[in-house]
Design a protein. Sequence first.
Length: 303
Amino acid sequence: MTDPDVQGYQQLRPLLFSIAYKTTGSVGDAEDIVSEAFLRFHRARAEGKTVKSLKSYLSMVVTRLSIDHLRSARVRRERYFGTWLPEPMVGEESEAGLSDSLSLAFLVVLERLSPVERAVFLLHDVFDFDYPRIAEIVGKSEVNCRQIASRARRYVNEKRPRFEVSPDQRTALAERFFAAVETGDFEGLVELLAADVVTYGDGGGRGPSLPKPVAGRDRVLRLLAALTAAIRRFDLHLVRATVNGQPGALVRDASGALLNVLSVDILGGQVRAVHSILNPDKLGHLAPLIGPDHPLRRSRSTR
């Protein structure tokens, strides 16, 4: 592999990872897909194949591998215990893409699309690929790709989550929210939570899990009260972080080991949704993790 090829790959890697992650919802799988695309490019060059555009070739391979992965994953997700949420991206890397199209809520909306619909929509509406190029990537006609994108766009626009426009206001309100959870300021939480707030919990059966989303201020308050009690009992701490472009927090113990990741959707000066990812299989890239013998890692459901 010549140096220009390596340099080109490194420059394209953030884009390739973003395509793979937003299609699959998995950090680990996205990493594997991008690495496999690089290896396929290397083999193609070694076999004498001419690659006119590194970006076009690698984007095509990454998209096709992502579609194949998503098709195989859909059956597993249909059998998944409770709510399925994407693997979270935490910190500066979570801001690599547009925050709204990176949010957990947005990626969950995309789950309702077929693998090809998801790929076509993302390539056109998020990554600005033109239809002739998309048609080549997914192996369909340009007319068909336009129809697919239009159909997917209508669905996404109908279900697309909305967020606070001002990042500063969003961050300030999230800080008040997490501080109230830590201190047990339930009167403060009542003010911060929307009446129709929803909590989504992904434990995957590997800890306190929600079989289905919990909706309504009173019910969500009871869940948050349980979190406050756990924080006090097990000496846990909420470390503020950016999670998939939205305000969030990492729940860690005194040693720094991670229990779960939280993010909040904020609109109109109130918290509209809380996402909690506890499944350790989805947090391995954020290690170290609290071990399986911890009481909060033992399988049980919360209703």
